[in-house]
Design a protein around this ligand. Structure first.
Ligand SMILES: O=C(CO)[C@@H](O)[C@H](O)COP(=O)(O)O
Ligand SMILES: [Fe+2]
Length: 228
């Protein structure tokens, strides 16, 4: 069991005019990494930011925070090199956005980034499975991608449980509507990388929310290792 509990705030719901400061605030409150949502207005009906913003953020907050790029874009191949040059650590692309996942995985690795592979709610986990041995992280979306603040889709949890049973050491991330009310379901199913946007960023006490989320995942990991 090589994986550990990690909490990555999504800064989508934060004050985007203060993005650098917001990222620093999340790291000061105990975040393990930062989940940066890139939307192109084509793959999803919303637009956020691209590699120039990531480059500025990297310069502003220094080399340490791990940037997990959630690439909600129609042509993920196009942004691999620019994102690597901007200082991204992990490139998480959507299976639905490419016809050649194998080649994209290779390009991401050649650019010295970790590889994440995401699936939307309508995509089965069996479609992701052939690539699971070649990636660092699988992202199971728990909302339709495009917007923060949506309701958690509990019916995605069987996908997480199946992935955990088939790939015991894979990093499995959940994203969308995850907070104190839904974290137990995610942790029990086997997710270990937890993206939380509005529940953390909009809280009066983000440090406590991050600690709560992390403790629930740590306990589930410990329980799973005792049950083996
Ligand atoms: O990728 C997405 C949405 O498409 C997410 O990263 C959300 O931005 C997470 O925000 P909450 O649902 O936790 O508010
Ligand atoms: Fe995301």
């Amino acid at each position: 069991m090589a994986y550990s509990a990690k909490i990555g705030p999504s800064i989508l719901s934060s004050d985007l005019a203060q993005l650098g400061r917001e990222c620093e605030r999340m790291m000061e409150c105990g975040a393990d990494y930062l989940h940066l949502d890139v939307m192109d207005g084509h793959f999803v009906p919303n637009i956020t930011f691209g590699h120039p913003m990531v480059e500025c953020l990297r310069h502003s907050i220094g080399p340490d925070p791990f940037f997990d790029m959630h690439m909600m874009v129609s042509r993920p191949e196009q942004w691999v090199k620019p994102m690597a040059a901007a200082g991204a650590n992990q490139y998480t692309f959507h299976l639905e956005a490419t016809t050649n996942p194998g080649n994209l995985i290779k390009e991401i690795r050649e650019s010295s980034m970790k590889v994440g592979l995401a699936i939307k709610p309508g995509t089965t986990v069996e479609e992701l499975a052939p690539w699971a041995g070649q990636i660092d992280m699988a992202l199971v979306m728990t909302v339709e991608p495009g917007f923060g603040g949506q309701k958690f889709m509990d019916d995605m949890m069987p996908k997480v449980s199946w992935l955990r049973s088939q790939f015991p050491s894979l990093d499995i991330e959940v994203d969308g509507g995850v907070g104190p009310d839904s974290i137990h379901r995610c942790a029990e199913a086997g997710a270990n990388m937890i993206v939380s946007g509005s529940a953390v960023v909009s809280s009066d006490d983000p440090r406590s929310v991050i600690a709560l989320l992390k403790n629930v995942v740590i306990e589930a990991i410990q329980k799973r290792s005792l049950d083996r």
